[in-house]
Each structure stands twice: as C-alpha cells, then as structure tokens.
Design a protein around this ligand. Structure first.
Ligand code: SAM
Length: 255
C-alpha cells in the first residue's frame, strides 16, 4: 500500500508555541485542517505543531511524549568532528562517492549521517508532510554554529516523486541511495522503531520500489545503494557488493 500521505490522518494544530500564522500557512499549503488549539479536539491521528522550536509530528494518542521531529544531532557514539570518520557498512557501500542523492529521505537520518561524513547531499521526499518536517530540520541545521563556521551547504531538499526527479537530473550524482519502506518480516518480529512505525502509518509501504530502483540505475553516475532489512531479497538481480549493518544490508549496484 502506498499512500504518499494519509491526509485524513494529519492536521496542523497550534499548541501555544511558535508562530501561529506560519502554522496556518503550512496547513493551507499542505491542504490540511488547521486547529487553533488542542481544546478544539482534533479528530486526526497525527498533528503537526511547533514544540521546543521545532516542527513536530505528534501522535495524538501519545500527546505527552513530545512528538517526533527531524533529529539533527549526531547519533549516539558518533564522533562530533566534521567530517565524521567514514567508517561502518554505509561508508563502505558509498566507496569513493562524493555526491549522493537520497531518493527516499523519510526522517532524514541516513542523509544527515552521510552529510556529517562529508558527502554532498541532495534529498528527495514525496510525502508533503515529511517534506515539511525535513524543511524545518534542514533549516535548524543551517542555523547551527558549526555548520555556519565551516560554511557548509546543508542538504538540498527536493519535494516530489523521485522517479520523476531522477529522470530530470541534469548532472549524474556519484551515488543514488534508496531506503524504501519494506513490508515487515512475515514471521513474528520485534516492533519497528517508533519513527518508522509512524512513517508507515503516514505513507504506507512503497510498492513502486522496483520502478524507482530501475530509474536510479539509469540516473546514477557510478552506483546505486539499496538499504534493505536483512530478511528482504535484493531489489535488483545480484548486487556488485553487499555490506552487512545492524539488522540491515546495503546492496551496491555499480553501473
Ligand atoms: C523507510 S523511509 C526512509 C527513511 C530514511 N532513510 C531515514 O533515515 O529516515 C522511506 C521514505 O521514502 C519516501 N519515498 C519512497 N518512495 C519514494 C519516491 N519514489 N519518491 C520520493 N520519496 C519516496 C517515503 O515517503 C518515505 O518517507
């Protein structure tokens, strides 16, 4: 099931923080219902709102939990120098790439990790709700003192279907990175992490991933990387190389 955005589930709500007019404008832009306060008792399952100077997606059933935003801080254990060392399965899969297009950006965690390792990033996302959250996250990143002092260009966000955007690229990137939503493991498995569960509720599974993969092979300059759960079959035929991470696999297709 591919939903792009399950709009009936999402609304924008002002919760006494941030710029109310900007939120109202966001609701108009996304074609979502706007609530002036929580007292209006929104019926939608998810609410976009400002909290702690971030645009956040609140799960209405977990209002007290604070919601999810695009996290721009390095992951636990990641070195804070820039660029962070290129180590681990993803860096191995990227090889000597310099320019990377992440065609399935989602919460931006893989993109931001690649950015911190020094790759030049362009990020595509087709869910308008996720794109709004990414826009806010990349703006916050651009305001960080370390980003400003090093004069870094933050990832560029392109909103729309990657199949169309990749087809129209004028310069081929060294690498196109794909991390589509896979259905869960058929057998009983541990629950996916909360941000991914929520993303799944919002956008469903990406049923057009084979088409996206074929398009990426045409549009890349050197390689395509597909991140898959370790139980999933490779998207293409035999990958040129595979690198095993924690519960995930990075399949590399060189062109
Ligand atoms: C599993 S999530 C990616 C998670 C991401 N790697 C991260 O670190 O947060 C997949 C995302 O890709 C997006 N997506 C899937 N197919 C797409 C396409 N053809 N064009 C643009 N976005 C797409 C979905 O909307 C979803 O947000």
């Amino acid at each position: 099931m591919m939903l792009i955005d399950n709009n009936t589930q999402v609304a924008v709500c002002y919760t006494d923080e941030g710029d109310k007019a900007a939120l109202q404008q966001l609701a108009n832009q996304l074609g979502l219902r706007f609530y002036h306060s929580l007292a209006a008792q929104p019926t939608e399952a998810f609410l976009l709102t400002y909290r702690d100077n971030c645009l956040k997606l609140l799960d209405k059933q977990l209002l007290k939990k604070g919601g999810l935003m695009v996290e721009i801080e390095p992951r636990a254990g990641e070195q804070r120098s820039f660029p962070a060392p290129k180590q681990g399965a993803l860096a191995q899969a990227l090889g000597k790439s310099k320019t990377v297009v992440d065609a399935t950006t989602g919460w931006g965690q893989d993109s931001l990790y690649m950015f911190r390792m020094g790759y030049q990033m362009q990020c595509i996302e087709r869910s308008p709700v996720m794109a709004a959250l990414l826009h806010d996250g990349f703006n916050r990143l651009a305001q960080c003192a370390w980003v400003q002092s090093l004069n870094l260009a933050v990832p560029q966000l392109l909103v729309g279907d990657a199949i169309a955007i990749l087809t129209g690229l004028t310069t081929k990137p060294d690498c196109i990175y794909l991390d589509p939503m896979f259905p869960p493991k058929p057998k009983k498995s541990a629950l996916a992490k909360k941000p991914l569960q929520i993303l799944h509720d919002l956008v469903g599974y990406d049923t057009d991933k084979e088409q996206l993969f074929n398009c990426a092979l045409q549009a890349t300059g050197k390689r395509v990387i597909v991140k898959s759960p370790d139980y999933a079959k490779p998207l293409g035929e035999k990958p040129s190389e595979s690198f095993q991470g924690k519960l995930v696999r990075y399949d590399v297709y060189q062109v």
